[in-house]
Structure formats: structure tokens, C-alpha cells
Design a protein around this ligand. Structure first.
Ligand code: HEC
Length: 190
């Protein structure tokens, strides 16, 4: 093999390697979207306070977390709620969603203060058009709507990016709603 041939071979191999790496990077970006509906880059659509005020007009004074006072305080019941929200057999919600104000961002919008919150206003998250449409139609998350949504996400909101089958069991859905009532309650600023 002449020196020239050798150089050709090396250049060619280098090209193939780069192609291979580009394909790997492509797949690495696409997989989280395919599996979790996560966006590989951020086109923040954070809602500004004015817009938020408009969306909440007429709802500012409703305390959606009032029901949390009636929740059972038996440790067994609380554990059931945690299991429903966190485990794979339950809703696996915890896998994708943060709940507390200071939780780290996960691949899905935070559910902190979700009850009484307009759809599609979570910070630092790129929502699907489906969810942005709900937001502009003025949807406010109530326990009933959340229940309906998780019972069949793609039916409730065609084209959304929450890759979840839907929870058929009414009791599990109730436990999940209770969990959020308890855990996502916003800390009121005085
Ligand atoms: C596989 C990851 C994943 C799991 C598991 C998951 N979600 Fe989601 N969820 C998402 C994504 C992604 C979105 C945003 C969807 C969009 O933009 O279309 C979302 C959106 C939502 C929203 C609307 C948020 C908003 O700001 O309007 C609610 C409410 C919600 N999920 C509740 C739940 C509950 C309750 C569970 C458990 C039953 C759950 N999710 C399980 C990924 C997930």
C-alpha cells in the first residue's frame, strides 16, 4: 500500500467514524422524545404575570386545596397514596413529574400547585401544541379534570406528549389526586 492509499484510507475511516457518531447523537436526542415526550432543547414558554392574571380571572379566590383538610391522616392511607403516585404499578407519575417547589426539574412540567393552575403554565418546559391549546381555551386544573385526564390522556387531549397509557382503576386515580392534594399544595406567600 502506498503512502497515498494509506492517507485515503485514514481519511475515509475518519469520515465513517464521524458519521457514526452523528447518528449516535441523533438517536440520543430522539429517544427521550420518543419514550418520554421530553424535548431535547428548550423553547421556554414561561407565562408572564399579566397573562397569568388573565388566565386566572374569576378563579383567584377559589381554594382548590381546601379538600386537603379532609384527607385521612392514617399512615397506611398516606403510604397507599405515595405508592399510587410513585410506583411502576401505580401511575409512575413521580418518574416524570416534580411536585415540590424546590424539586429539581424533571422531564415533564412540575405539578407544584397544580390544582387551580391553568394548563400549560409550568416554567422551563416546552409544551405540546395540544396543551398550549388547552391553556388558551382557559382550562384550569381541578381534581375532576386531572382525574379525567389521567384516566385516558390521549383521549382527553389528543396530540399531547405525556406518554402514559391511562389509569383505568378509579381507586388508583383517587389516590393519585389525594397525593397531589397533600403534596403539591403551594406554600402561600404572606
Ligand atoms: C413518561 C413521563 C410521564 C409520566 C409517567 C406522567 N407524566 Fe404527566 N406529563 C408528562 C409530559 C411530557 C407532560 C406535558 C405534555 C405535553 O406538553 O403535551 C405532562 C403533563 C401533565 C399534566 C399537565 C401539566 C400542565 O402544566 O398543564 C398533568 C396534570 C400531569 N402530566 C399529571 C400526571 C400524573 C397525575 C401522572 C401519573 C398518573 C403523570 N402525569 C405521569 C410526562 C409524564
Amino acid at each position: 500500500m502506498s503512502l497515498l492509499d494509506m492517507r485515503k484510507y485514514v481519511n475515509n475511516a475518519r469520515g465513517v467514524h464521524w458519521l457514526f457518531i452523528m447518528v449516535l447523537i441523533g438517536i440520543a436526542f430522539y429517544l427521550p422524545f420518543l419514550i418520554f415526550g421530553a424535548f431535547p432543547y428548550n423553547t421556554k414558554t414561561n407565562t408572564n404575570p399579566d397573562e397569568m392574571g388573565q388566565l386566572l380571572e374569576g378563579f383567584e379566590s377559589v381554594d382548590f386545596y381546601a379538600m386537603s383538610e379532609f384527607l385521612s391522616d392514617s399512615p397506611k392511607q398516606i403510604q397507599k397514596e405515595i405508592d399510587a403516585f410513585e410506583t411502576w404499578e401505580g401511575g409512575k407519575c413521580r418518574f416524570c413529574h416534580a411536585v415540590k417547589e424546590d424539586d429539581r426539574d424533571r422531564m415533564a412540567p412540575s405539578l407544584y400547585g397544580i390544582f387551580g393552575r391553568p394548563a400549560g403554565v409550568g416554567d422551563n418546559y416546552t409544551y405540546s401544541d395540544a396543551l398550549m391549546n388547552l391553556k388558551s381555551n382557559g382550562l384550569i386544573w381541578t381534581p375532576e379534570l386531572l382525574d379525567a385526564f389521567i384516566s385516558n390522556p390521549s383521549n382527553f387531549m389528543p396530540g399531547n406528549r405525556m406518554r402514559v397509557q391511562g389509569i383505568e382503576d378509579l381507586e388508583t386515580r383517587k389516590l393519585i389526586v389525594n397525593y397531589l392534594m397533600r403534596e403539591s399544595k403551594p406554600i402561600k406567600e404572606e
